[in-house]
Design a protein around this ligand. Structure first.
Ligand SMILES: [Zn+2]
Ligand SMILES: [Zn+2]
Length: 307
């Protein structure tokens, strides 16, 4: 698993790699435009080259681009949908230029309207964005389910993937805080196994493209999106370790989007805590499967003796 954090590209794209290295990241995530403005930032070729060079010389092996929160691909307002489409296409092209693993998108919100119609509109916008860009993957993030946001369940993510045409470039991004808030109890290996089975059944494990590790201030099933620092929320260190140790997720990039101290985002200490919790989660899985193997071997021997 490539663990890292959301970082700022302020001061030049390559600065994002620097910030990732300072924090001990193997993966980073950036916004490719100002989070509060529609106007996209266009990268100069020299900046893109500097970014790629800095990345090649660093331990950072995966980059994710997060679209800004203004986007609503499902909006009833055609102008908002058109702006969302333009911004999404821009992000996908930036993702391709930077060699990103994918662009992470919150598919949109139905607001108070009908979810099925909203899913259709979001699907159409996403389908067009894929058609207007070449290769970069698009990762639909599961949401906490607040205020009509689409993608709160795996069932809804599956509907979004289908509405968007099911392209091979489509993946999902699993956010641990949003999973808990939307009612998936992922705080134990058994809970994670149940989730993985549901993912396999609804969308296929190969559709998982990236992970967000965030603790949650709000409780299970609260539908509230309130990130907490790692180990300081409802997941706790054990819950985070269970999420990170899940065998099916080991090949993925995983970035923290936590508030950090003074809301400055995750720093090195927190990324290192996540790395340790990952090791703890993987070790717990290894012990559990060794115990299971020993139990089945001794059950076998017991059977033999009885005969
Ligand atoms: Zn997230
Ligand atoms: Zn969130």
């Amino acid at each position: 698993m490539l663990i890292g954090a959301h970082v700022s590209p302020a001061g030049g794209l390559a600065r994002a790699i620097e910030r990732g290295v300072e924090r001990g990241c193997r993966a980073i995530q950036i916004f490719n435009q100002s989070p509060r403005m529609w106007r996209p930032s266009t990268y100069r070729e020299a900046d893109v080259e500097a970014f790629r060079r800095a990345m090649a010389d660093s331990p950072v092996d995966a980059v994710l681009i997060h679209t800004v929160y203004l986007l609503n691909c499902a909006s009833e307002d055609a102008e908002i949908r058109a702006k969302s489409l333009a911004s999404l296409v821009h992000s996908l092209r930036a993702g391709q230029a930077l060699g990103a693993r994918g662009v992470v998108l919150h598919a949109g919100s139905a607001k108070r309207g009908d979810a099925a119609h909203a899913i259709r509109r979001a699907g159409e916008t996403i389908r067009r964005a894929l058609a207007e860009s070449e290769r970069c993957q698009l990762h639909l993030e599961n949401t906490a389910g607040a205020g009509g946001t689409l993608g709160r369940t795996l069932e809804e993510l599956a509907e979004l993937l289908a509405a968007a045409g099911g392209s091979r470039r489509l993946r999902v991004c699993l956010d641990s805080c949003h999973l808990l808030a939307s009612g998936y109890d992922i705080r134990t290996p058994a809970g994670m196994d149940a989730l993985v089975r549901e993912i396999a059944a609804r969308v296929g494990l190969e559709r998982i493209g990236s992970l967000h590790l965030n603790d949650s201030q709000a409780p299970l099933g609260s539908n509230r999106d309130r990130h907490a620092n790692i180990g300081q929320g409802q997941l706790g260190q054990r819950g985070c370790a269970a999420f990170l140790g899940t065998p099916a997720l080991q090949q993925l990039p995983c970035v923290l989007e936590t508030p950090g101290e003074k809301r400055g985002g995750a720093k090195r200490e927190e990324v290192q805590l996540a790395v340790r919790l990952h090791e703890r989660g993987v070790a717990a899985r290894r012990r559990a499967s060794a115990r299971a193997a020993a139990a089945s071997a001794s059950a076998g021997r017991g059977g033999y003796k009885r005969r």
